[in-house]
Design a protein around this ligand. Structure first.
Ligand code: PLP
Length: 403
């Protein structure tokens, strides 16, 4: 044991800790006390990885495929990714334009590291996935938060964006369907953003990890719109096997884009983690090239759960919940409950409300304030319908007790 004070780099203080993990650890503590906890905070599918993908992982291990691979990913996987991008997204890519990472998160992190510098600004739409502003800060750049329109699938509020444009903005991060809102942007909104990106020379980072979880309308990749309409924006598309194939623990994601940017991302990744895990990469080939029926089966179940959850939430007095077009989250508005009292304590914000719901009814949710959305709470649909019914009814009773 040393009594010396540890001096950490200033970067640590600049980055926010994950508040979603905080809620999860509170829930785990309650569970360990024997309390029946309902968890709506889960950010991953509750289904297991499909059997044929697991089998491919097992075969990889049995074959001794347990060593490092090429830094940017095995060529066979990058080829399978190019085929997937052609087949599902109508996009032509070659393997040198693809980087396989330890989850899409690493691709997004790499992209920010190679594109942004100190003094640069990057547009992030609010409500945002918690990691976006942190990726930007870790690149010593500054996130510029831009409002979205809750009644229009949380698309950009372009008036707010136009007001915030400065010459030091170097990029924009877009995520449709979105975590936390489930919002699915229209093609028109994406095109409008692409045109602004060309005009101001921004790189567009398009996080499309929920592309296969779309319930209303059709998913069109940002880069497909860019190419079809000859807009000419610089787009880095980041994708993941995590949500599509229920493979969060396998840690396989990827980026597709301009060769020079991909090569730079690969250089950073090579020094940080060498390559993505070899077993996951072999399983990834099976996922992308094999039977896609399990993906559709999961999508249909998520859609039924979404419909149920939106209805039950809207049945609660003074709660309004927009219908999310994709992903597996609902993002209801509880603003009318702010300022009310529970056991003499005023509910000031969504952190207080989430905490109250957890302590009074043992239901775990994620406060919207953490995503830059005061008054909102995120509920995950990654749980069965019976649990959804039981959980939302508990939320309703908790709210009834507020005065
Ligand atoms: C919007 C968004 N992007 C990226 C990721 C990261 O995915 P991966 O597991 O591939 O790192 C997540 C995971 O929650 C997410 O919600």
């Amino acid at each position: 044991m040393t009594s010396q004070t540890v001096k950490l780099a200033s970067r640590v203080a600049r980055v926010k800790p994950s508040f979603t993990l905080e809620m999860a650890s509170k829930a785990a503590e309650m569970r360990s006390q024997g309390i029946d906890v309902i968890n709506f905070s889960v950010g991953e599918p509750d289904f297991n990885t499909p059997d044929h993908i697991i089998a491919a992982g097992k075969t990889a291990m049995d074959d001794g495929f347990t060593k490092y691979t090429a830094g940017p990913g095995m060529i066979e996987l990058r080829q399978a990714i190019c085929e997937k991008l052609k087949r599902e997204n109508g996009l032509d890519y070659v393997p040198t334009e693809i980087l396989v990472s330890n989850g899409e998160k690493q691709s997004l992190y790499n992209a920010c590291q190679v594109l942004f510098d100190k003094g640069d600004k990057v547009v992030v739409f609010s409500p945002y996935w918690v990691s976006f502003p942190e990726f930007v800060r870790l690149a010593d750049a500054e996130p510029i938060l831009v409002d979205t329109l809750p009644d229009k699938q949380f698309e950009a509020d372009f008036a707010d964006l136009e007001n915030k444009i400065t010459p030091d903005i170097k990029g924009v991060i877009v995520n449709s369907p979105s975590n936390p809102t489930g919002g699915l942007w229209s093609a028109e909104a994406l095109v409008q953003l692409l045109k602004l990106a060309v005009k101001h020379d921004w790189t567009v980072i398009s996080d499309e990890c929920y592309e296969r979880l779309v319930f209303d309308g059709e998913f069109v990749s940002t880069e497909k719109l860019n190419r079809d309409q000859n807009i000419g924006a610089r787009v880095i598309t980041c994708l993941s096997l995590s949500k599509t194939y229920a493979m969060t623990g396998w840690r396989i994601g990827y980026a597709a884009g301009d060769k020079t940017i991909i090569k730079a991302m690969s250089k950073i990744q090579g020094q940080a983690t060498s390559c993505a895990n070899s077993i996951g990469q072999r399983a990834g080939i099976a996922a992308l090239s094999g039977d896609q029926q399990p993906v559709e089966d999961m999508r249909l179940q998520f859609m039924e759960r979404r419909d149920l959850m939106v209805k039950l939430l809207n049945d609660i007095p003074r709660v309004s919940c927009a219908v999310p077009g994709g992903a597996f989250y609902t993002f209801p508005n509880f603003s009318e409950y702010m300022g009310k009292k529970a056991n003499g304590k005023v509910i000031q914000d969504s952190f207080d409300l989430s905490d109250y719901i957890l302590n009074s009814e043992a239901v775990v949710t994620v406060p919207g304030d953490g995503f830059g959305a005061p008054g909102h709470i995120r509920f995950s649909c990654a749980t069965d319908k019976e649990t959804i019914k039981r959980g939302i009814s508990k939320v309703a009773s908790a709210l009834e007790k507020l005065i």
